[in-house]
Design a protein around this ligand. Structure first.
Ligand code: AMP
Length: 435
């Protein structure tokens, strides 16, 4: 956690005793930069636009003032006091956990309302009238339309986390619907690591004379992050990936790909080669996504293969390396991806594997971050020694995917254990064929 906040304390920012105790319980000794900059304004009742990197402590920056306002409510604290919107389910769940952790000593009721979970069970939780709701927009709109007795008419605080993404990813209709169903008299906070022009549009729609706080220069990456690139022919990319991961054995890595399909294929290839990889993508069911994330967090698997769904907001504290297996076409995604490493003052490495089709996108990234990156040094001859094994693993994995596609469609999900068993039997039969 960044702590370039001088001698500032949470107390000095105006945080109340109950929440000071909560921060202490969580081990938050001093406020992070974004907290130091936004909490005093928020406590004064201002609307806020916060620009802060992933891992900067922005959840605390909006949660603390909301909880303090809730505590200051005379009499019975109100239900549906605050609503936080997040573009992804995982991030929503994480934000909810932070609220619960901060609010455990003050009887806070906070729930997450995300897709992929039974609507009826959620309707029952809504019936218990939580103080804080952390939601993905689509599911919230579903409840606003169909859950009897549920409304956000008492809402005092609205937070849009990853605000630029909420506006970029076709959420606009849902956001408009939500804005039409909440009071105009409220506080609004927008938080994001990057901001699009569209935010200006939303600002006109619902912010009142907001204070803009910024914890970092707009598109900078942290100094403790070592960034490199390597131009590789597309056909050798898998071999390069395996080479890098083997060179860094034992470290925790996230590998970013463009499609959900390739997360699955790559993790099968890597597992086939004895590496502990696990995929996470928007195509997986919610329990599978959480399961994968937990396995990664617990260290059971040290390589997470993901799409950009996983690149934002997720609180994974100790990633040593980010590999861009595919270069993102939207340069800002690069910032979010590499923001998964070198967090909280640690060092980290980010390596981009650029093939012949991605050079343009890569150059855009260099322009955005304002520097030319050094090349990742590796002898191609050495990398190519892996080619045969990697190609074989790929062939087996592709065959497996093809064979299980029908089965997965019928059962409506994948089964990692079953996949492992299947892979082992395929490997065995491939071996005996070679003999
Ligand atoms: P966030 O950027 O909100 O996702 O927070 C990233 C991580 O930093 C979370 O694990 C928080 O628990 C932690 N954190 C937030 N504020 C502080 C603080 N002031 N001191 C130490 N850790 C913090």
């Amino acid at each position: 956690m960044e702590s370039e906040t001088g001698d500032l304390t949470f107390k000095g920012l105006g945080v109340c005793e109950e929440l000071l105790a909560a921060c202490e319980n969580l081990g938050w000794k001093v406020p992070s930069k974004i907290q130091a900059q936004s909490i005093p304004h928020a406590l004064e009742g201002r609307d806020i636009i916060g620009l802060a990197e992933t891992g900067s402590g922005k959840t605390g920056a909006f949660a603390i003032p909301i909880l303090q306002a809730l505590l200051e409510c005379k009499g019975q604290p109100e239900a549906f006091f605050a609503c936080v919107l997040s573009p992804t389910r995982e991030l929503a769940i994480q934000i909810c956990e932070q609220f619960q952790a901060l609010g455990s000593g003050i009887g806070l009721r906070c729930i997450s309302i995300v897709g992929g979970v039974d609507m009826n069970a959620q309707a029952i939780s809504l019936g218990k009238r939580p103080h804080v709701l952390v939601a993905t927009p689509g599911r919230l709109v579903d409840h606003l339309k169909s859950t009897k007795g549920f409304s956000l008419r008492t809402l005092k605080y609205l937070v849009l986390d990853e605000a630029d993404r909420l506006l970029n990813m076709d959420f606009e209709k849902e956001i408009d619907e939500i804005l039409n169903n909440i009071p105009k008299e409220r506080k609004t906070y927008l938080y994001s690591a990057t901001m699009t022009k569209k935010v200006g549009k939303l600002q006109r729609a619902c912010l009142k004379n907001p204070v803009k706080v910024e914890a970092s220069s707009k598109y900078s990456t942290v100094d403790t992050l070592k960034q490199q690139y390597r131009l590789v022919p597309a056909k050798y990319k898998d071999a390069y990936l395996v080479y890098i991961l083997t060179e860094m054995t034992g470290s925790t890595s996230m590998v970013f790909t463009r499609t959900c399909e390739s997360t699955r294929l790559l993790s099968l290839i890597l597992r086939n080669l004895g590496l502990k990889a696990i995929p996470i993508s928007g195509q997986m069911s919610q329990p599978k996504r959480l399961g994968a994330l937990n396995k990664f967090k617990a260290g059971e698997c040290n390589i997470l293969i993901c799409t950009d769904v996983a690149s934002r907001g997720l609180d994974i504290p100790s990633v040593d390396m980010v590999i861009n297996y595919n270069i993102p076409s939207n340069s800002k995604d690069y910032i979010h991806r590499v923001g998964r490493t070198a967090r909280a003052g640690r060092t980290g490495i980010a390596i981009s594997l650029v093939d012949q089709y991605e050079v343009e996108w890569y150059l855009q990234i260099e322009k955005l971050i304002g520097k030319k990156l050094p090349e990742y040094a590796a002898e191609e001859e050495e990398v190519l020694l892996l080619l045969e094994r990697v190609s074989e693993a790929k062939r087996i994995s592709q065959m497996k995917i093809k064979e299980t596609a029908g089965k997965r469609r019928r059962s409506g999900g994948d089964d990692d254990d079953e996949e492992d068993r299947h892979l082992a039997s395929l490997k065995k039969s491939a071996k005996s064929k070679r003999r």
